[in-house]
Design a binder for this molecule. Structure first.
Ligand code: NAG
Ligand code: NAG
Length: 508
């Protein structure tokens, strides 16, 4: 009986519903923000128009979406209750990729030597388009939100006559710096080993070539027609949404529209102001918080290098010794299951340090008064989270665009410092080129940063001001809140236009 009622209700209210399908790239750092966007779009619906969002993933990654939904809506045991949740999950098959074992569908799961295969698959029209297109046609949504990799979705959406929005999980500064480095002739740099981001607002951004993402390091060899296709797709689609706020990256946000890179732009970050999830008191999580509770305010250094960060055992060793030598208290998230600390280290460090090898509740940790600094790889999600929490950072970038984001954090926003100073040694996006940061350098950087009245305090003042702005942007009437509403309104209007005029003719 209950199910009949539900079915009738949903078919009769079809016209009053905005159905959005969201398709993230195969990495946890993309799947989570996409899921969060789905939740926020659903919440932005009104009594007259319900928004139903479906996150489309491959089977092996369903659990990532599922656990976020459970954290947000609570665990639903009863299927009838589950059907009332406005965010759904749809799956499509991950194609067979040469060299990847079956079931490996996530950057964090692939062996380091294989992760490029996931990237190649994601950009492949022949591998990916058929499975995603079939899914989109079957779902027949009113709007599509796609990750930047899947350029064909813009065309698929046009064929269906629905708007397609690109959602970027990396901030405006880094993504535009990469765009300019790829496509604008680099004339400013006199040093062949250092790139200067061309035609960029703000102070000059200089980056040693070893610190650039792989596709930019190969500038000589790479065929940029692919990159052009990529940006052409962004220009052709309905609009661009970015997980940032105009307060945080104003000049760079404005550049999108000023340069005509996109038709519409929505800056909807930085973080969701949802009540922080009740820690499901699973051992480690609660244990971290209890341990932090026992420490004085701003006395603990928190270290975490994200869900995909290849750190060698030799580096972990130096880091451990550096933490020991610094005398500071620390909470350290180590992803490697195999690594064991140096002989006698745990005893010597005692209660001053805590090592977590499982998932750590980062938002709750950053929000804890005992945390005084964050040693971060500058992944965009971590940057947003530390800004929202008002915690200053020591930067230790590793891969992708993280070295670029570091410049925003240290040189533009001034909310932290490099852990390993400029000129101290070679840092690289290629694992094998990286020099090992020695223990003494780690100890020295932590002690200087944590010293009262030192650079850490100055950075804290700035990040606390940004935190206040971030919260204001997300609150009712703030810029990010308004942008999210505008996105929903624009999609509704586009749907209205499509219904009135029939599917748009396909261009190009
Ligand atoms: C934006 O990033 C923050 C920080 O990681 C994350 O909590 C939030 O879910 C993201 N929001 C969206 C809509 O992507
Ligand atoms: C099989 C596979 O790749 N699944 C992964 C999806 O992502 C989560 C989070 O990184 C992994 O735990 C799964 O193993």
């Amino acid at each position: 009986m209950a199910s009949t009622t539900t079915a009738t209700r949903s078919s009769s209210s079809r016209s009053k519903k905005l159905r959005v399908v969201l398709i993230p790239f195969f990495a946890t750092s993309h799947i989570e923000p996409f899921t969060d966007l789905a939740i926020r779009l659903a919440a932005a619906g009104s009594p007259s128009v319900a928004v139903e969002a479906t996150v489309a993933v491959t089977p092996a990654n369903v659990s990532i979406v599922q656990s976020l939904l459970e954290r947000h809506y609570g665990r639903q045991r009863d299927p009838a209750a589950e059907s009332t949740i406005p965010v759904k999950i749809a799956t499509y098959p991950f194609p067979a990729v040469d060299g990847l074992p079956g079931g490996v569908e996530n950057l964090g799961r692939a062996a380091p030597a294989d992760s490029w295969r996931i990237d190649v698959a994601a950009f492949s029209d022949t591998l990916m388009r058929p499975v995603q297109e079939a899914l989109v046609r079957e779902q027949a949504p009113d709007a599509l939100v796609t990750d930047v990799h899947f350029v064909w979705n813009v065309r698929v959406a046009a064929e269906l006559g629905v708007p397609c929005v690109t959602f970027k999980v990396v901030g405006a500064f880094s993504s535009l710096a990469m765009r300019h480095l790829a496509l604008v002739a680099d004339v400013a740099s006199s040093d062949p080993d250092v790139a200067v981001v061309p035609r960029f607002p703000g102070p000059p951004v200089r980056i040693p070539r070893t610190e650039l993402p792989e596709f930019l390091r190969k500038k000589q060899e790479v065929d940029y027609s692919m990159t052009n296709t990529f940006y052409a797709a962004q220009a052709a689609c309905f609009g661009l949404a970015v997980n940032t706020s105009s307060d945080l990256e104003q000049e760079y946000c404005e550049l999108h529209m000023r340069e005509g890179y996109v038709k519409r732009a929505y800056f909807i970050g930085p973080v969701s102001l949802r009540p922080s999830p009740s820690l499901d008191a699973v051992g480690d999580s609660q244990h971290c918080i209890d341990w932090l509770d026992s420490k004085p305010a701003r006395s603990v250094v928190y270290l975490c290098f994200g869900s995909f960060a290849p750190v060698s055992d030799a580096q972990l060793q130096e880091l451990a010794l550096g933490l020991e030598a610094s005398g500071e208290s620390f909470l350290w998230v180590v992803r490697s299951q195999e690594w064991t600390p140096p002989e006698g280290w745990e005893e010597r460090v005692g209660d001053r340090g805590m090592v977590v090898t499982a998932w750590a509740p980062q938002t709750a940790i950053l929000g804890h008064p005992a945390v005084g600094a964050f040693v971060t790889h500058c992944g965009w999600n971590s940057v947003l989270e530390t800004v929202a929490a008002g915690v200053p950072v020591l930067t230790w970038p590793m891969v992708f665009e993280q070295f670029i984001t570091e410049r925003l954090v240290t040189d533009i926003l001034g909310i932290g410092q490099r852990l390993w100073p400029h000129g101290a040694g070679i840092r690289s996006t290629r694992h094998i080129e990286n020099e090992i940061v020695p223990a003494q350098a780690v100890a020295r950087a932590l002690m200087a940063f944590m010293c009262p009245g030192g650079p850490g305090d100055a950075a804290r003042n700035r990040v606390m001001r940004l935190a206040a702005k971030a919260h204001a942007a997300m609150a009712e009437g703030g810029s990010s809140h308004r942008d999210l509403r505008r996105l929903v309104d624009d999609l509704l209007e586009a749907r209205g236009a499509a219904v009135a005029g029939g599917p748009k003719s396909v261009q190009g």
